[in-house]
Design a protein around this ligand. Sequence first.
Ligand code: CAA
Length: 259
Amino acid sequence: LEKFEHILTSSPAPGVALITLNRPKALNALCSPLIVELNKALKVAEEDDAVGAVVVTGSEKAFAAGADIKEMKDKTYDEVFRTNFIESWHRLYTFRKPTIAAISGFALGGGCEIAMMCDLLLASPSAKFGQPEINLGVIPGAGGTQRLTRLVGRSRAMELILTGKTFNAEQAEQWGVVSRVVREGSVVDEAVKVGEEIASKGRLATMAAKEAVNAAYELPLSEGLRLERKLFHSLFATADQKEGMSAFVEKRKPKFAHL
Ligand code: CAA
């Protein structure tokens, strides 16, 4: 395993890669070197056939308190335009295996946005979400205005983004931002459990499912349905489909081919 400075990587369960954001003194503020490391770890996980799901987490106190304000403070328009600042964060969204965010504490600004790039979000009761960029004289820049709006609806998103006020775990669950709030202190374990279960399924099927569900946010319905059907058809070319359906008929557990 590669040594990183701002993140930790581990394999807590079969098929699961755990990426822990690890800048505790800065509440996991997402500086550029951290994003470079995150993207490297994702590349490794994507190429590792043993990995079926990735969990992204932070600390008890902070999933991540946003982009690094100290790093951004003196940036000029020239620089952010030329370097396409924040564009590289998108790598997490284009990662092809299922991703799970395990959120405790602050998930603010870019932290909330990184969480929303994941496919499935679990929160501990302490989780605190928000897009406070308006208080810094800017707006969300890593998808917040788009993803939060799709998740919670326009009026609520407007209120949150225009005032910068935070929302808690219970609200996040009610509004469908997270799939579940779990017992305090258990969010990483729960996320790893979900990851392990996903990793136990047919690998290609889980990747296709992820692609199809995310397409629901990208495509008009007719195109989304077309993509779904194409992906569905394509899975009939896999050994896992033969195994999964044979196992059902033979009343036994399927043994999916994990390379
Ligand atoms: N960037 C850089 N440093 C940060 C940071 C951030 N986003 N958030 C916290 N820190 C640092 C603080 O500066 C502080 O460092 P020092 O000890 O060197 O002063 C340390 O982390 C601890 O933070 P606090 O003392 O502020 O801790 P707190 O418990 O009193 O408050 C908090 C916690 C409410 C999360 C507060 O830190 C805060 O408001 N942070 C900023 C949140 C924010 O505005 N995020 C949006 C960033 S912009 C963005 O993300 C753009 C985008 O869309 C991509």
